[in-house]
Design a protein around this ligand. Sequence first.
Ligand code: SAH
Ligand code: SF4
Length: 378
Amino acid sequence: MTESVTKTNLLGLSPAKLEAFFAELGEKRFRATQVMKWIHQLGAESFDEMTNISKALRQKLSEVAEIRPPEVVTQDISRDGTRKWVVRVDGGSCVETVLIPDGDRKTLCISSQVGCSLDCSFCSTGKQGFNRNLTAAEVIGQVYIAIKSYGPMDPNAERRVTNVVLMGMGEPLMNFDNVVDATELMLDDNAYGLSKRRVTLSTSGVVPALDRLREVSDVSLAISLHAPNDELRNELVPINKRYPISMLIESCNRYLDGLNDKRVVTVEYTLIAGVNDQPHHARELIKVLRKLPCKLNLIPFNPFPNSGYERPSEEAIQAFKQIMLNANFITTVRRTRGDEIDAACGQLVGQVMDRTRRSKKFIPVVQEEAGLETDRRV
Ligand code: SAH
Ligand code: SF4
């Protein structure tokens, strides 16, 4: 009987971990670089393709390792060029990835968890409960799949993905290690080689994790603020009860201080009719944002069944925007894209088997907000 060996999925190994993997096999460092290029720049799926590696080593690799992206369940392209993939991750749950072309910019919105435990009141991912963290291979696998879907990969060709935003399903900072490993691959020149300005992590404000992130990464940051005071934010973003607005703003400032360039934080503010979209909310928001170098991205609420919330009128959105512009904040309104494939501002479809006590049943496909960075000045 043959012994079954759990193979290491090289797709998800950060550059340092891939080097350690080869060191353990008694191989030279540069093998890690070669294999990283094969996988992430040329889209190799098997070791046989790696022609600059000896047959003996390829054989050894195929015995102990594999290159296994998540399985693509569906792929859709909408009239405006938005592409959407539903991918099945181990265990049968599905998460979604969306690519939005906008001029020269091609922004890929990826998921970090199956569901989310943070339960923001206006978010359908939160309403689905939490199942598990994605592995690093499943996080970076979404980038790999998106780029490969255009055909053979060619490192010299025009970039098929220019920006990555961690704004799909899940709270990236609650899946810290795997997300950091995946972002390292996004930034590494031997893998995807994206600039740190073009990889954005969006968080609802897990402050201790954000402070840790500063120690290990310099990706760009977006925060989900959604309210100008703690009372309202406690209601919308419950993690605010543990890490209130002032703590979050201080942590963001520490993050910016640790960068060696002049970047700002993107503040996301979902506008919900009658809840946080009034002129007095905007005026209160001005006072909060004066304490943080930032730009503001207003997201009209994306409705889903039984949410209990509504999208504000266009007048209310414009009025809010104008107050912020008058106070000299760079302010954009996120517009929905890919309507006919339900990729409009995300509307992520996910199937999540909730493992928390909130729900014990399998929750069917629901719309979710991806928070796609398709900022359009309107
Ligand atoms: N968990 C992370 C990233 C995923 S959500 C975070 O919360 O930041 C990406 C963005 O979409 C967040 O700003 C989130 O608050 C927002 N969002 C969630 N549901 C929404 C909805 N129904 N309508 C509009 N924005 C929504
Ligand atoms: Fe989780 Fe973000 Fe949704 Fe809140 S908004 S429930 S943190 S995915």
